[in-house]
Design a protein around this ligand. Sequence first.
Ligand code: ADP
Ligand code: MG
Length: 255
Amino acid sequence: MNPNRSASSLPTDSEALQDASVQVMGLNYFFGQGDLRKQVLYDINLDLQRGQIVIMTGPSGSGKTTLLTLIGALRSLEQGSLKVLGQELVGLGHRQMVEVRRNIGFIFQAHNLFESLTAAQNVEMAAELTGNLGTKRQRAAAMLAKVGLADRADYKPASLSGGQKQRVAIARALVNRPRLILADEPTAALDKASGRDVVTLMQQLAQEENCTILMVTHDNRILDVAHRLINLVDGRMESEEQPHSRQGTGGMVVI
Ligand code: ADP
Ligand code: MG
């Protein structure tokens, strides 16, 4: 093993990777075994182009989180094909799954911060071990400033509001400048203004770093940041539209 292997050491030379960050083909997913086996995703086909912001909507229980965790290499699957950043995940071993995950920034519903650490320490914890502690600290501080929490760096989660905690979680996900960001309702706990700030920040990063964002949301106020909207219903991809098509009055809006 090369000790200098960096977080971005996944294959970069394949043609497909130039455009597609995620390629899903014929994906089926089941929870449980035997009689309890239940299918939750059906024949999912989806390509996420590099630099795109894609928003996924759909009713509760339709499989959005499950699909996000599969793409994030947080659970393994047997059926279909799922390529993330040029790497096929089907049949991949545990260590390789961990390696894929290092290139992905996760923002989930629950912020999962360490209660005993300050905001700055929570972000530093996630910063890759490149450079010395000083630069890790600086990167964490800069990212906290970007999410508007420079003055809360030394606060512990118990002293932060729900929205502030979620912003720390976002800083933590972004601190390594991942090539793919998976976000599950990241603005659910935020007020309108800070929700908007957070998605603007994510949008900025996607542009600057040419990274891809797949975000689940019910927040109608942020749909306009998406290049594409996709809709999952009962485990099936139901429809897809360009966000600007919902601007018109009287036109059919597919949700
Ligand atoms: P969504 O995020 O769209 O609300 P989920 O992906 O969480 O949907 O869930 C999809 C379906 O899978 C639901 O019927 C849910 O009950 C079921 N499910 C989710 N997680 C598990 C699990 N760990 N074990 C068994 N069933 C699950
Ligand atoms: Mg969910």
